[in-house]
Write a protein that binds this ligand. Structure first.
Ligand code: ZN
Ligand code: ZN
Length: 360
């Protein structure tokens, strides 16, 4: 929550608030009597009866997430804060993970510290602590001293600079399930591709070597634990329900509000009376913008999810000439998060039936 407070002429507090549902921590600096600040916090408590704020006010230093802020020489100083309960359980080095992955963790943690610590002496102290955490996880000295050397060449301002190299690569991904025994295979492929790249008869077909990407195979915990449980659905309930197939990208956008009332372009109201899922075929469907109640009616003889995937792709890639993509992309204030999909009518298999229902 990002809010600014000012007093208007009628001595009432005026709050301008921009809420992001994903942000639940806020830190701020207040200049003025402590009483006023406490009054404001009490006022904030009345925003919503279901929200309870916890707060901490200090004249010297305050901890915010992983950062400790303090005032020194009339300036705000920041330092990395480790929670006393933090067990620093970084990935164990000897475990079977791609080396490029484990080798990059110490540097990324040092980079985080470099960004947070405004004082170089604090950073030197914190980086020693970070290195000791990785020693406990059996990281070799070679990896740790490389990471330390690399971070020492970066000052704080450069640590904030965004990555500049965004050139899209044309290298073909070589996707493999990771296992330590795969490494020699990858090396052999690269060696042979080099031969093909330099041979006059094949070099046009192999301009670049492939780029290796490792996928993690399902482990025992993935087989035993599910992040979400499929919803139990009575098969005849009216509405459109998630199909709960793994990786279905339509499930998160379907509306299973059985009272969903669709208001058509001519102000005619329509209620869904049939039961649908993402895999229902031969349907007339609606795409609704939750923000402005704008409606797009379409029909498909394929499965609803197949057609919705195309809509989602057109929105994500902001394809020109697609009204749905235009509606959910800037300069429009609506985004893909406002999209809701519902099947409306099930039709017979013929194109004529569907088109007649769509225009009805
Ligand atoms: Zn689905
Ligand atoms: Zn909209």
């Amino acid at each position: 929550m990002d809010s600014s407070v000012s007093k208007n002429t009628t001595e009432e507090l005026e709050i301008q608030t921009h809420c992001d549902p994903n942000i639940d921590d806020i830190v701020g600096v207040a200049v003025g009597p402590r009483n006023d600040l406490e009054k404001f916090i009490n006022f904030a408590e009345t925003f919503c009866p279901f929200l309870k704020f916890t707060h901490c006010i200090s004249n010297s230093s305050v901890v915010f997430l992983d950062t400790e802020l303090s005032i020194s020489d009339r300036q705000i100083k920041s330092n990395l804060h480790f929670k006393p309960t933090d067990s620093h359980n970084y990935l164990m080095y000897p475990f079977n993970h791609p080396r490029s992955c484990t080798n990059s963790i110490p540097f990324s943690q040092l980079l985080r510290a470099r960004r947070i610590c405004s004082d170089d002496q604090d950073f030197a102290k914190v980086s020693k602590q970070i290195i000791s955490f990785f020693e406990q996880r059996q990281y070799p000295q070679r990896v740790l001293s490389n990471a330390l050397k690399r971070i020492q060449g970066i000052d704080r301002a450069s640590a904030f600079a965004p990555k500049t190299d965004h050139t899209p690569t044309r290298r073909i991904p070589l996707v493999l399930s990771f296992h330590p025994s795969v490494t020699p295979i990858v090396r052999a492929i690269y060696r042979n591709v080099e031969t093909l790249r330099h041979d006059p008869s094949t070099r046009d077909h192999f301009p670049d070597p492939p780029i290796t990407a490792f996928r993690i195979e399902k482990n025992i915990s993935k087989h035993l634990v599910r992040a979400s449980q499929p919803q139990a659905v009575v098969p005849d309930t009216p509405g459109t329900f998630p199909c709960n197939r793994g990786r279905c990208n339509t499930c998160p956008v379907v509306s299973y509000d059985k009272n969903l009332s669709i208001v058509g372009p001519n102000n005619n109201r329509f209620n869904v009376h049939q039961h649908f899922t993402c895999t229902s075929a031969n349907v007339v469907y609606v795409l609704v913008c939750k923000r402005c109640n704008i409606l797009y009616v379409g029909e498909t003889k394929r499965r609803l999810a197949d057609r919705v995937t195309e809509h989602l792709r057109s929105i994500k890639q902001n394809l020109p000439g697609f009204p749905v993509a235009t509606h959910f992309n800037p300069p429009s204030t609506c985004s893909i998060r406002d999209l809701m999909v519902s099947a409306a009518i099930s039709c017979g298999g013929s194109d004529h039936d569907r088109l007649a229902a769509e225009t009805a």
